[in-house]
Design a protein around this ligand. Structure first.
Ligand code: GDP
Length: 327
């Protein structure tokens, strides 16, 4: 593969080249990892940046409906929109949350949109690096907005939040007055909570749910990166196209404020550091899983159990024999 040519095509907004490049970064083959590294560093020089919006919600809450309508609204304004998915559960279910071709049919045909199904990797570490690299590729391909979707399964939200500038949580109207078991940690990373399906028979339940979440958000610790009024809960109907322009207005308002106040740059810098540490962690962990390392661990384990060797010393011995590289 000619990396210089691929790089140029991506910079020229060629969507097929972008798709090929994402396949390249998803590959685990060593030669592909090297090429991916070359490609990413050649593109990084151009320093193009998109607004990265993370979006999470349980299956059935309306994520694809929302993304399609929201995406179409943005492309109608002349913006270019990429949609990526982070789906750690896909490895388990064997499917992919965006794998179904009928999802987002209109948006996928829009020349100003790019939709990429989730990578099916076996561990979250692999998925996250590839998603991060896919976001970088979309930015190089000059997309204005990159939507990063994930199914709410706990850990994946944190990962998506660490890739995103803004984080949206999509919820359905609740039947009762409970807060739908939404974990506090997830509430804490949300910038905007959208109560979807605020239409028809569900409208009044949506109104109640929205009030509940507005109350709950007010009780959270104030974050320095929030202007007054944020984080906030809002009602939308993706199906009836209601509340989507307001959502975009709010997101832009929040984003502009963070840019002006320096929070945006600070956040990207913190994220870069987070991922630096995460790369290191993943590299060490993957080396610990090699046969060689496991054999050494198994060899030392009985001595540790017998008390002949301290656990710290044994760990030191194993670590000193690792040949750690990223890849
Ligand atoms: P996802 O699994 O989160 O991607 O959810 P989908 O977008 O596939 O939507 C699940 C179901 O909810 C579908 O039957 C949609 O038509 C429906 N749905 C999505 N958005 C709305 C909405 O705003 N109002 C109503 N009433 N139904 C919706």
């Amino acid at each position: 593969m000619d990396i210089a040519e691929l790089s140029q095509k991506i910079l020229n907004r060629d969507r097929r080249a972008l798709a090929r490049a994402i396949t390249l970064v998803e590959s685990q083959r060593t030669d592909h990892r090297i090429q991916a590294g070359e490609l990413l560093s050649s593109l990084a020089k151009h320093r193009r940046q998109a607004l990265r919006i993370g979006l999470s919600g349980t299956p059935g809450v309306g994520k694809s409906t929302f993304i399609e309508r929201f995406g179409l609204m943005l492309t109608a304004q002349g913006l270019r929109v990429a949609v990526l998915a982070v789906d750690p559960s896909s490895a388990r279910s064997g499917g992919s949350i965006l794998g179904d071709k009928t999802r987002m049919e209109l948006l996928s045909r829009d020349p100003n949109a790019f939709i990429r199904p989730s990578p099916s990797q076996t561990h979250l570490g692999g998925v996250t690096r590839r998603s991060r690299e896919a976001v970088a590729l979309c930015e190089a391909a000059d997309f204005d907005v990159v939507l990063i979707e994930t199914v709410g399964v706990g850990q994946s939200e944190t990962v998506v939040a660490e890739i995103s500038d803004l984080f949206l949580l999509l919820l359905a109207p609740a039947g009762g007055d409970e807060l739908q078991g939404v974990k506090r940690g997830i509430m804490e990373i949300a910038d905007v909570i959208l109560i979807n399906k605020a239409d028809g028979d569900l409208k009044s339940a949506a109104t109640r749910t929205c009030a509940d979440y507005s109350g709950a958000l007010r009780l959270l610790r104030k974050r320095p990166q929030d202007p007054p009024g944020f984080p906030k809960a809002m009602m939308v109907s993706a199906l009836e196209d209601q509340g989507l322009t307001q959502t975009w207005d709010e997101l832009q308002q929040l984003n502009n404020w963070r840019r002006e106040q320096g929070h945006w740059d600070q956040r990207r810098a913190e994220q870069a550091q987070y991922w630096f540490q995460e790369e290191l962690r993943q590299a060490v962990l993957s080396q610990l899983n090699t046969e060689e390392a496991q054999a050494e661990i198994n060899r030392l384990a009985p001595q540790v159990a017998e008390g002949d060797l301290s656990s710290a010393k044994a760990a030191g011995l194993v670590l000193s024999r690792l040949n750690i590289t990223t890849g």
